[in-house]
Design a binder for this molecule. Structure first.
Ligand code: S3P
Length: 163
């Protein structure tokens, strides 16, 4: 079995669906943000604050070059698909799923969030623009799973039936 990679915008439910999927398939679950945080001993917020977004993007690319080769569920940071190089690395690393969700549903989940640096001081419209600009990159080479109104278990089941 190949790695199962989950992509999608912040708040799309990658972490919860990934955990459900790992449980159902008895596979380990790795999250690119957590791997970066552990490796550098800093939170994503601190990395953005002290090193800036560009260096964080570099850390993402470097990490993708050495993902575990065992079959695993890998959940990813919402911006990882922005670099063409990363999309290629993701495709090489496993089967890529895009967890899609309408913007308004995502926004409801994100509006109280204080942990994601890209949301700081952004209006709803600015976040919508970011969301819309990324959709083509999520769709590139992936299997799209519509998560709207689904529980993490239901999303995991949809992924399993598309494998
Ligand atoms: C980001 C999404 C975050 C995290 C970082 C940047 C993005 O991950 O990687 O804050 O650019 O969309 P989640 O999608 O898990 O929130």
């Amino acid at each position: 079995m190949k790695n199962i990679i989950l992509t999608g915008f912040m708040g799309a439910g990658k972490t919860t669906a990934g955990a459900a999927l790992g449980g159902k398939l008895q596979l380990p679950v790795y999250d690119t943000d957590h791997l970066i945080e552990n490796e550098h001993g800093l939170t994503i917020r601190e990395i953005f604050q002290s090193h800036g977004e560009q260096l964080f993007r570099e850390m993402e690319t470097q990490l993708l070059g050495r993902l575990p080769s065992e079959p695993a569920v890998i959940t990813t940071g919402g911006g990882i698909v922005m670099r063409a190089e990363n999309r290629e690395l993701l495709k090489r690393a496993g089967t890529v799923f895009f967890l899609s969700c309408p913007f308004d549903e995502i926004y409801e989940r994100l509006k109280e969030d204080s942990t994601r640096p890209l949301l700081y001081e952004k209006t709803k419209e600015e976040i919508r623009q970011l969301y819309e600009s990324r959709i083509p990159f999520y769709r590139d080479g992936s299997i799209e799973i519509d998560t709207s109104g689904k529980t993490p278990e239901e999303v995991a089941d949809c992924i399993i039936s598309s494998l």
